[in-house]
Design a protein around this ligand. Structure first.
Ligand SMILES: O=C(CO)COP(=O)(O)O
Length: 227
């Protein structure tokens, strides 16, 4: 992981799985290579294996279940995503919350397996306490803005600046901002406020020309970190 960090969370849209997801992944891979900016794709569990085989980008799970090996029907474990080639996972997304003890357990396991971790939080007050669990990055997303098209960087810039202050108390953990990020200006502003990257879903997944959106985001992110 290296700033500017761009995480595209596929979630469960109609193009989040199957051939459409692979096509989208390949388009994003091309832009990523053209600009030499790594883009992390978090994809549905059923797509991890195919994405890893067909798209040369770091593929993450969107969630892992906080249960041990054993009799847990339907569970997706950190060990399983590692086995199919995932590089890491989101943990505790707003749409897939875990308890604090479960987060702690999952982080210990991902670390042991050599998987990267992006721990999601919904408010800046959680950034420092959760940074003590040593994820690779914390993704802050006010849930009320997710999927609205109203970006955290414009509507709640103080959430980013306060989260940035908090993350600075812990060495070596990245702060990513997300929720409602839609325009290249949203991306620029998030990075200028001190975030190391952005997390996005609907602006890419629902776009007519997602590759254009991703390209604009990369250009803005590069501009923000170089000016
Ligand atoms: O939840 C998100 C990324 O993890 C953000 O979603 P939107 O980009 O759709 O607001």
């Amino acid at each position: 992981m290296k700033p500017p960090i761009i995480v595209i969370n596929f979630k469960a849209y109609e193009n989040s799985f199957g051939n459409k997801a692979i096509e989208l992944g390949k388009k994003i891979e091309k832009i990523s290579k053209e600009h030499s900016v790594e883009i992390i794709l978090s994809v549905p569990a059923t797509m991890i294996y195919r994405m890893v085989q067909e798209v040369d980008l770091p593929i993450y799970a969107e969630h892992v279940d906080p249960v041990p090996l054993g009799a847990y029907t339907g569970a997706i474990l950190p060990e399983m995503i590692k086995d199919v080639g995932a590089k890491g996972t989101l943990i505790n997304h707003s749409e897939r919350r875990l308890r604090a003890d479960e987060i702690d357990d999952v982080l210990k396991r991902t670390k042991k397996l050599g998987l990267s971790s992006i721990l999601c939080v919904d408010r800046y007050e959680l950034v420092y306490p959760f940074s003590l669990l040593r994820p690779d990055a914390i993704l802050i997303e006010p849930p009320e803005l997710i999927g609205t098209g109203i970006s955290v960087s414009k509507a709640k810039p103080e959430v980013i600046t306060k989260a940035v202050d908090e993350i600075r108390k812990s060495e070596g953990i990245y702060l990513i901002a997300g929720a409602g990020i839609t325009t290249s200006e949203d991306v620029y502003k998030a990075l200028k406020l001190g975030a190391h990257g952005i997390g996005v879903a609907s602006a890419v997944m629902k776009a007519k020309e997602p590759e254009k959106v991703v390209e604009d985001f990369i250009t803005s992110a590069l501009k923000a970190i170089s000016s």
